[in-house]
Design a binder for this molecule. Structure first.
Ligand code: CMC
Length: 425
């Protein structure tokens, strides 16, 4: 192997040769610009719809090896974090780069807990939504509305201000998610209870029958939710994180950025897939109708939701943990009747040429919806739960971007294929 860390390009149109540096296994796209047909030529662009092979940033937060099915946050394997840590510890790790000490963790939890309440006008704002509004739509709108409550959030280069918005967003996400849920049921809102853990408090705000009734969140379910939150906390430059960073690159406040990120997560190809999985399993209805559904997938008429991933070309490590977790949850809630269909679907798909040749394996969403459903969540809440968890990652990525001197406003180029100059007449 040569010592030279460069790429030599010969432009066959002109016969000219260029030498471009390679750093961290990448070339800088801007280095292609010098490749021109003539002096007034704009220069070569790289065309990459869907950013399949374009790194938009350098990041030290999350590492994924999609071929091997590896996921690590700040170097720690996801399996270890899911087993030995809590969501709030992981949120700290993602945002600050290290696991918190005992004192740091206490302070962190205290500060987040102190920010779980929302302004009464946020409640009124949510009251304005129609009774059957999708909770994800409510969450996206309310996240955006939060920016009007905290004008100090515009001070994004002030570390103290950023820290405060981080507390607020992590603290208020479960509260807003629960408000959206209760609103859709027409049930009275439940205020946060600062004596409970993050996920216990969330379950309490969601499922407490009324403000005057006592409700004890099941410890197995609150632990399971905590693990699910860890698994969903970050996933490097996915569609919603890219939205967070893209809006963040214009120096918008973090609430506006998070609203954009949540909107991106809403789609069925991204965080909306867990909802789509449950709808698909219901549509299939019974194990003997799986082959009929798969025939439609083979014919490209349907997708097998919960399968496939842009990065993982192997079993998604999160799906493996979730599958195990499902059994623990079902011990408390009773088995989800859709589980048998899911298991059989997975078994068949994993030996089916269509899926094998395309390296399509179960992803994080294949089993998570079954757990959420068994816990009593309607399908429309699944992506909301994903958003609550992903807030840690969005904030970590946003802060990394703000501190990254190499970042500029996200503004891709295009290849114009429309009409040349013409005139009206
Ligand atoms: N069911 C059936 N066919 C599929 C699926 C699927 N779930 N996923 C990909 N394919 C096919 C696709 O039709 C294409 O076939 P062909 O080469 O014959 O045209 C081939 O596999 C490559 O697919 P692609 O769409 O080019 O792959 P991508 O990397 O652009 O898309 C994906 C990744 C996640 C959007 C896609 O796999 C998908 O739509 N999956 C279903 C939705 C889903 O489960 N999303 C959750 C992703 S994990 C959580 C998250 O990130 O939010």
């Amino acid at each position: 192997m040569s010592e030279k860390n460069t790429l030599t390009i010969i432009d066959n149109r002109t016969g000219k040769q260029y030498e471009i540096p390679i750093q961290n296994g990448a070339i800088r796209a801007i280095d292609l610009r010098q490749i021109k047909l003539s002096q007034d030529d704009f220069g070569l662009l790289s065309y990459d719809p869907g950013f399949e092979n374009t790194a938009s940033c350098k990041s030290s937060i999350t590492f994924i090896d999609g071929e091997k099915g590896i996921l690590r946050y700040r170097g720690y394997p996801i399996e270890e974090l899911a087993q030995k840590s809590t969501y709030l510890e992981v949120a700290y790790l993602l945002i600050y780069g290290e696991m918190p000490s005992k004192a740091q963790l206490q302070e962190w939890i205290r500060n987040i807990t102190l920010h779980t309440m929302v302004h009464e006008n946020i409640k009124k704002f949510m009251d304005g939504f129609h009774h059957d509004a999708h909770p994800m739509g409510m969450l996206v709108g309310t996240l955006g509305a939060l920016s009007t409550f905290y004008p100090d959030a515009k001070d994004i280069f002030d570390m103290q201000s950023r820290t405060k918005q981080i507390y607020r967003l992590l603290g208020k996400m479960p509260t807003m998610a629960a408000l959206a849920y209760r609103h859709s049921l027409g049930m009275p809102y439940i205020y946060p209870d600062n004596d409970l853990s993050y996920t216990e408090n969330f379950l309490n705000m969601l499922f407490k029958p009324s403000p005057s009734t006592k409700y004890d969140p099941d410890p197995v379910l609150s632990k399971a939710l905590d693990v699910l939150f860890i698994l969903h906390a970050d996933h490097e430059q996915n569609c919603s994180t890219n939205a967070m960073r893209s809006v963040g690159s214009s120096y918008a406040d973090p609430y506006s950025c998070a609203a954009a990120a949540a909107a991106a997560l809403y789609g069925p190809l991204h965080g909306g897939a867990n909802e789509a999985v449950v709808r698909m399993l219901k549509e299939i209805g019974s194990v003997d109708r799986i082959s009929e559904y798969l025939e439609q997938v083979h014919a490209h008429k349907k997708l097998l939701y919960g399968f496939g991933h842009r990065i993982y070309k192997n079993y998604d490590p999160r799906a493996r943990i979730i599958k195990e977790l499902a059994y623990k949850v079902f011990e408390v809630t009773g088995k989800n009747p859709l589980l048998d269909i899911a298991l059989e679907l997975e078994r068949i798909a994993l030996s089916d040429e269509y899926f094998l040749s395309r390296k399509l394996y179960p992803n994080v969403d294949f089993y998570s919806g079954l757990i959420y459903q068994a816990m009593g969540f309607p399908a429309s809440m699944f992506t909301v739960l994903f958003s609550v968890a992903r807030m840690a990652g969005w904030l970590a990525q946003w802060q990394e971007e703000i501190l990254d001197k190499e970042q500029g406003i996200a503004r891709p180029r295009q290849i114009y294929i429309g009409p040349a100059t013409r005139s009206l007449q």
